[in-house]
Ligand binder design. Structure first.
Ligand SMILES: *Cc1c(COP(=O)(O)O)cnc(C)c1O
Length: 365
């Protein structure tokens, strides 16, 4: 008999919801992984059983994102935050500058790390107006010969998202896609490097996905520690040292789940419907709910909004919690409300929350 399990409406910003079928499979396989008599966590990372898990996860990601042969997939550690440093360490050469587009707290952190390691400047900033918008492509100011242009594709805290990316020609384009990777199809060939902490859209925390164009490696700085060189991990298929094996296994299972759903195209359609359920309530609320982001910059992953007064907002958040909606508080740095509707958040959760918003407005007009 299958026990009725308790699952909450999880809108956490990260770590965030995982597909229930993936959790159940992991549970089933936990004690005896594919006849080994061990869990996947207890296997040697040099064993053929683990290697199959590892390589399968890499090839699934290549397949789902249509990653061309010009690019490598890496599984690293240290989170997206370590990438803030590894990128300038490897690719910001003396005498060159790197350009950063400022669209929120994560871009600021990436920029600060770049500043510690070399010469960086801002190609554009949306700070004025508290990061409500994504700069227009024509606003970006960078130069041929720059080491790279860095942007944050989805701004988890402010709830904005790039809809189109700049064509930077010879300047390598680097993107932090931590909070929208695999949520929609993208043309990988336009990017020199993409990185993402797994814990929002891909799996549990502990794994960082890096998709890197191979020719970039030839130009990389060499006077850096072995573990912090991308080339080390490329040469060793991300098995230079012990990788986060359980996280990579989970990531592989999340990718299988996406494939079964119909791939990135199908998940993208679903994500649009999910976000619209909530944006529609905001837009039809007569400013009872006020969205933080400009409409043309809105994120489909993180929906940020405020209520008229702080008091009403408190009441809203309190009731949401009572109704079983988890993670709706805005980030501690900006407050307000935020619904994170990543890939694994079911549409039913967004439906239920939109109904809650309508009811709350009726009761508090
Ligand atoms: C969550 C997040 C990060 C930080 O990721 P860590 O894995 O915790 O270092 C960086 N960038 C963006 C866009 C994020 O959403």
């Amino acid at each position: 008999m299958k026990l009725q399990v308790h699952r909450t409406y999880n809108f956490n910003a990260g770590p965030s919801a995982l597909p229930i079928s993936v959790l159940e499979k992991a549970q089933q396989e936990l004690i005896d992984f594919r006849g080994t008599g061990m869990s996947v966590m207890e296997l040697s990372h040099r064993s053929s059983t683990y290697e199959e898990v590892h390589n399968q996860a890499i090839s699934s990601l290549k397949e789902l994102l249509s990653i061309p042969d010009t690019h490598e997939v890496l599984f690293l550690q240290g989170g997206a935050s370590l990438q803030f440093s590894m990128i300038p360490m490897n690719f910001l050469h003396t005498g060159e500058k790197a350009a950063y587009v400022m669209t929120g707290s994560w871009s600021e952190k990436a920029f600060s790390e770049g500043k510690l390691l070399g010469e960086v400047y801002q190609a554009a900033s949306a700070k004025e107006g508290n990061y409500r918008r994504i700069p227009k492509l024509e606003e970006l100011q960078y130069q041929t010969g720059d080491a790279y242009l860095h942007l944050t594709s989805n701004n988890t805290i402010y709830g904005t998202q790039w809809k189109d990316y700049p064509d930077t020609r010879d300047v390598p384009l680097i993107a932090d896609m931590s909070s929208d990777i695999l949520s929609k199809p993208i043309d990988i060939s336009r990017f020199a490097l993409i990185y993402a902490g797994a814990q929002k859209n891909l799996g549990p925390s502990g794994v960082t996905v890096v998709i890197i164009r191979k020719d970039l490696l030839e130009k990389a700085n060499t006077n850096i520690p072995t573990m912090l060189k991308y080339s080390t991990h490329v040469k060793n298929n991300s098995l230079y040292n012990t990788p986060p094996t359980f996280g990579i296994y989970m990531l592989g299972e999340v990718l299988n789940w996406i494939r079964e759903l119909g791939g990135v195209g199908a998940i993208s359609e679903l994500n649009e419907r999910k976000a619209l359920l909530i944006y529609d309530v905001i837009d039809n609320s007569n400013d009872f709910y006020v969205g933080h982001a400009d409409k043309d910059s809105r994120s489909l992953m993180n929906i940020t909004f405020n209520l008229e007064t702080e008091e009403l907002e408190k009441k809203f958040l309190h009731q949401a919690k009572q109704e079983g909606f988890v993670g709706v508080n805005g980030h501690r740095s900006i407050g307000g409300c935020r619904v994170s509707a990543y890939n694994a958040v079911p549409i039913e959760a967004c439906q239920a929350f939109s109904e809650f918003m309508i009811q709350f407005q009726k009761a508090n007009k």
